[in-house]
Design a protein around this ligand. Structure first.
Ligand SMILES: [Zn+2]
Length: 88
């Protein structure tokens, strides 16, 4: 162990926990189960390439884009909310 770096352990713990957080987040966002052959929402055929690229895919490109927009709007709403609470 090199001396003069008393914070080594704390820094390493911080790095470890942020990696664990990132992994946990990534895992929780992974779709589960088998890829669908047809979109869950509009019943469009999901191309084989898309099904292989995204394991557990459930939506066609159009519906996924729609969902992504909704998610983006939702997280924007959350950011505004937390900003408001900071001002109080
Ligand atoms: Zn669809």
């Amino acid at each position: 162990m090199a001396s003069g770096w008393a914070n080594d352990d704390a820094v390493q713990e911080q790095i470890d926990s942020s990696i664990e957080d990132a992994v946990a987040r990534a895992r929780s966002q992974l779709p589960k189960g088998e890829s669908l052959r047809h979109c869950e929402e509009c019943d469009a055929v999901i191309p084989e390439a898309r099904r292989q690229a995204i394991p557990g895919v459930r939506l066609c490109v159009n519906c996924q884009a729609e969902h992504d927009r909704e998610n983006a709007a939702y997280s924007g709403y959350n950011r505004r909310g937390s900003k408001d609470s900071q001002l109080r």
